[in-house]
Ligand binder design. Structure first.
Ligand code: TRP
Length: 74
């Protein structure tokens, strides 16, 4: 599967934001975790291995569906 045009960007709005990749297929599991500090940006794609992304912490997330902001727990 190739989805080379479709990126999402995640910008951390606080230290310690976690970007967690979840596997594609019948068994949905965490397979990758990336920690971003405030101001850091990660640009990622959905791939044959990754069907969903979970973001913990305050971040600005831009996708082709628009922009959303996640919040921190505190
Ligand atoms: N090896 C993973 C993959 O190809 C890397 C990856 C792609 C990833 N998109 C991601 C990891 C999003 C975390 C979040 O699927």
């Amino acid at each position: 599967m190739s989805d080379s045009g479709n990126f999402i960007s995640i910008k951390a709005l606080e230290d310690g934001v976690n970007v967690i990749g979840l596997t594609r297929g019948s068994n949905t599991k965490f397979h990758h975790s990336e920690k971003l500090d405030k101001g850091e940006v990660m640009i990622a794609q959905f791939t044959e291995h990754t069907s969903a992304v979970k973001i913990r912490g305050k971040a600005s997330i831009l996708t082709s569906h628009g922009e959303v902001t996640s919040d921190s727990k505190k």
